[in-house]
Ligand binder design. Structure first.
Ligand SMILES: NC(=O)c1ccc[n+]([C@@H]2O[C@H](COP(=O)([O-])OP(=O)(O)OC[C@H]3O[C@@H](n4cnc5c(N)ncnc54)[C@H](OP(=O)(O)O)[C@@H]3O)[C@@H](O)[C@H]2O)c1
Length: 291
């Protein structure tokens, strides 16, 4: 398949007023192993970011916890001044103490500092989508959200989203603030948040599936999905990665996949998935094989 523009994935309007092409790009894989430290190949990391924009991607997902700070810094180094229409969605509320070692912190003062530092690193005056990375069980949700509302009132955040939340938590948050997006783990290999996706679809709330390719695990020989993915991929002269992304794009119009990669070649392959149309039989076979 030739690489195509992410524009072919269609447009979704976050909160009704922030248009993005549905296939985005996630930056967690740009940094070191376990989201800790500098990239192994910093020049390739910057190439990936520039290539994403060249391929029409208008939604880039990041977080201050990727590196920490490094993914946001790379985005600014590679892409600032930003092209019109590029939405950089970042997150705060997870601290990182080492590779894959995290602690959630939702205190108001900390989150306000997170927003200020993300603005500085990203060289932005306003973050168009700011997502609470995790709800801190030791901090009242109203306190965390209150801090983000304060930032919103000051014009430093345009819209607020949540990450890895239950339906009950989204409904509780909606009492304090308008939640425009949910970023939960979701893929053919993990459908635990199916009810939340349905809920978001009914309300036109964006759902950003993280681990949209199960971090690459579903392409491995011993994975239960591998054979079905390979059979469908062969029928389209495509790859298993493209099939997994095409399924997400066809599954629901509110799904905005943000596949992560540290390599230009994988990025091109992933964006080219926008051209793949699964037949009803293929879609059903993938649904039946999904976990
Ligand atoms: N909200 C949250 O709590 C949360 C948690 C995790 C991630 N996220 C976000 O979600 C994004 C996506 O998740 P993810 O990056 O962890 O997982 P993913 O997109 O499911 O998979 C990324 C992995 O798949 C590999 N890969 C990418 N394209 C491929 C291709 N075409 N063929 C074969 N392998 C391929 C990548 O390796 P290469 O680098 O070698 O391509 C990487 O190891 C992240 O980047 C981040 O922005 C959010």
């Amino acid at each position: 398949m030739n690489s195509l523009s992410a524009a072919a994935s269609g447009t979704f309007r976050i909160a009704g007023d922030l248009p993005v092409y549905r296939l985005g790009y996630g930056t967690m894989r740009l940094v070191g192993e376990g989201a800790w430290g500098e990239p192994t190949d910093p020049a390739e990391a910057r190439r990936v970011l520039r290539c994403a924009v060249e391929l029409g991607v208008t939604l880039i997902d990041t977080a201050d916890a990727y590196g920490p700070e490094i993914a946001e810094r790379l985005i600014a180094e590679a892409l600032h001044p930003y092209p019109a229409g590029l939405v950089i969605a970042t997150k705060g509320g997870i601290t990182r103490q080492g590779p894959a070692r995290t602690e959630y912190v939702g205190r108001a003062g900390y989150l306000i500092q997170c927003v200020e530092m993300s603005l500085r690193r990203l060289k932005l005056d306003c973050i168009e989508l700011y997502q609470l990375h995790r709800i801190d069980p030791r901090t009242p949700l109203e306190e965390s959200l209150g801090a983000l509302v304060q930032m919103q009132q000051q014009g430093k955040i345009r819209h607020i989203g949540l990450s890895e939340v239950t339906l009950g938590e989204i409904e509780a948050a909606q009492k304090t603030v308008s939640i425009v997006s949910v970023q939960n783990r979701y893929s053919l290999a993990d459908r635990r948040h199916e009810a939340t996706l349905t809920w978001c679809a009914e309300r036109g709330i964006a759902f950003l599936p993280w681990y949209p390719m199960a971090a690459g695990k579903m392409f491995k020989q011993d994975h239960p999905l591998q054979q079905t993915l390979a059979r469908v991929a062969a029928a389209h002269e495509a790859t298993a990665a493209q099939v997994s992304l095409a399924w997400l794009l066809q599954r629901s119009p509110v799904l905005l996949p943000i596949p992560g990669t540290s390599k230009v070649a994988h990025l091109e392959e992933n964006v080219a998935a926008v051209a793949l149309r699964l037949t009803p039989d293929e879609f059903s076979a993938l649904e039946a094989a999904s976990c």
